[in-house]
Design a protein around this ligand. Structure first.
Ligand code: PRP
Length: 190
């Protein structure tokens, strides 16, 4: 998918429509099903932003034939009400399952600086996860500070402030079915 430059967007513009998101999730679900075929997979959503993509992804995985899965979540926050990463993600809610010896699919809504994903992967490995694959609906490589990316990426997006489809601006806008340009464009590092 081709995006415009950040300057060409204005608040409220749709960056990625709900339909485009669903098509992408379907395609990636088939790849994920092929990879995990025959294995029991523990799917962990990194909350809160990933709640919407978690639901659609798990539904699509079921349709693709992946039935042997356990669903869980943990909550990490590095931004709070700020638009600049604290660079120190903190675990706000614990996972309810022992990850030791498990094959894990980690689900993120967005990778920005990369601190959150690195923090979560390190934590799960420390706890004895057997393998970890990562899915992120969005990736914003222009903002990366940690050399990390997801195994499965929905859309590589420009450096624009976005909200919707689970993502917020200070808790506002998570329920929008589309991903839209948030109130501040271009200059913000998230
Ligand atoms: C957002 C998003 C990712 C993280 C990515 O979470 O959901 O988890 O930032 O940023 P990074 O790559 O720079 O670390 P946020 O801390 O805003 O919490 P939220 O999911 O509850 O909105």
């Amino acid at each position: 998918m081709q995006f415009k430059t950040p300057e060409e967007y204005k608040p409220g513009d749709i960056l990625i429509s709900h339909g485009e998101i669903q098509m992408k999730i379907q395609t990636i679900s088939s790849e994920i099903e092929s990879y995990f075929h025959g294995k029991n997979v523990l799917i962990i959503g990194v909350m809160k932003g990933s709640f919407m993509v978690m639901a659609d992804l798990i539904r699509a995985l079921h349709e693709a034939g992946l039935y042997d899965l356990t669903v869980s979540a943990l909550t990490v926050s590095s931004y709070g009400s700020q638009t600049v990463s604290s660079k120190r993600p903190t675990l706000k809610h614990e996972i309810d399952i022992d990850v030791k010896g498990r094959h894990i699919l980690l689900v993120e809504d967005i990778i920005d600086t990369g601190y959150t994903l690195k923090f979560v992967i390190d934590e799960l490995l420390l706890r004895g996860a057997l393998s970890i694959k990562t899915f992120s609906l969005l990736s914003k490589p222009s903002r990366r500070e940690v050399n990390i990316d997801a195994d499965y990426i929905g859309f590589v997006i420009p450096n624009v402030w976005i909200q919707g489809y689970g993502l917020d601006t200070d808790e506002w806008g998570r329920g929008n079915p589309d991903i839209i340009i948030g109130p501040i464009v271009g200059t913000i590092d998230k």
